[in-house]
Design a protein. Structure first.
Length: 371
């Protein structure tokens, strides 16, 4: 699974004359046989060559042809589609760079030529399917399930059997006291195990589930850091089947994510209204990004818009005529919003794709600034 750190590293790669980016849907549900996605790739190469010709740059055209051959060779070995439904290919043959990213979700066929890899679709997938952990606890067990890019994996459970009367120790006063202490010890162990799991596998959020008294017992032993990650409750039995737990957890996570997005848009609205380090609208957001001021970029899902890039100084804007910085004639860009996302990731800014309609009131894009 690709991580946010890996995406930031990918976005930091630069290429001259350009990095060629190709997204290809290899989902067997859409393209049952290998020949289907290979034919789709060839259609994408036609578009790449068209864009290279439009720039009238012989060096670029040569590099694109070489990139296509590298990608075709990689695809020629076949794609194991057991868990892979989409691939993202990035190449700059002139500098000997090639990278293939396998994704467990379908992607939209797409090509791009630019100074850095086009990472928007990967960022959108990571945003929509954030890492989160589900912890189900009762007096004897702790079940942990981790979710990443829509896939779920159950980790080995922690079990502490509740003692019987035969296990009682006289020095503890009574069997009841001994049992209570054993259950408290289980919650302490469960909290330690949970903290260790999150240290090895950092998640965005933690969801808890189980009987109320057991959840309360676990929460009483959580560290401040882990407790701060708790985002909601999953109403499901600890012994429930994996499928039932996954469905309940995904429903809660969806609600939590939508609430988080609404809060981010409200923060943008308030700060922009007060003139406090926030901008709304495409032109202002692009200016903030190119000034390196963006802390969080907010984009409405499926928002696209044409724009332009200066071939000389790389200034990006909405004016398709001349560059306002150096006066060079701009090159048109089909979707400048994707360029905005690439810029944000390259600057280590957070990117939030908003799936509600709240952001549409502010030009469908905006940014919370660092300064």
């Amino acid at each position: 699974m690709i991580s946010e750190a890996a995406v930031r590293k990918l976005a930091g790669r630069t290429g001259d004359p350009a990095v060629t980016s190709v997204y290809l849907d290899v989902d067997g549900r859409h393209r049952p046989v290998r020949a289907d996605y290979e034919a789709a790739f060839e259609r994408l190469t036609d578009e790449l060559r068209r864009r290279a010709r439009a720039r009238a740059d012989a060096r670029l055209a040569k590099n694109v042809d070489a990139d296509i051959e590298v990608m075709r060779s990689w695809l020629g070995h076949g794609v194991d589609r057991t868990e892979t439904r989409g691939v993202a290919l990035f190449s700059n043959a002139e500098r000997g760079y090639f990278e293939a990213v396998r994704l467990p979700r379908s992607v939209r066929d797409e090509v791009a030529l630019g100074p850095t890899p086009r990472v928007t679709q990967i960022v959108a997938l990571l945003d929509e399917h954030e890492r989160f952990l589900v912890a189900l606890v009762d007096r004897e067990r702790l079940r942990l399930l981790r979710f990443e890019l829509g896939e779920v994996e159950e980790l080995p459970a922690l079990t502490d059997a509740v003692p019987t009367t035969a296990d009682a120790r006289g020095e503890l006063g009574s069997w009841a006291n001994y049992t209570e202490e054993a259950i408290r010890a289980h919650f302490r162990r469960a909290a330690d195990h949970l903290a260790a799991t999150l240290a090895r596998w950092p998640a965005h959020r933690l969801l808890l589930g189980g009987p109320e008294e057991a959840v309360a017992g676990l929460e009483g032993h959580l560290t401040q850091q882990v407790a701060g990650m708790v985002a909601g409750r999953v109403n499901v039995r600890v012994a429930a089947p994996l499928k039932e737990i996954a469905e309940a957890a995904l429903e809660v996570e969806e609600s939590v994510e939508r609430h988080h997005e609404a809060e981010a848009v409200e923060a943008l609205r308030q700060r922009a209204a007060g003139g406090e380090r926030a901008v709304v609208g495409l032109a202002a957001t692009l200016t903030a990004l190119q000034g390196g001021r963006v802390d969080t970029l907010l984009v409405s899902q499926d928002f696209t818009a044409p724009g332009a890039e200066c071939p000389s100084c790389r200034h990006v804007g909405v004016d398709v005529r001349q560059c306002p910085r150096c006066g060079t004639t701009n090159m048109e860009i089909d979707d400048v919003v994707e360029v905005a996302v690439d810029l944000a990731v390259g600057q280590r800014a957070t990117v939030e794709f908003c799936r509600g309609g709240e952001l549409d009131q502010f030009g469908r894009i905006g940014a919370l600034e660092r300064y």
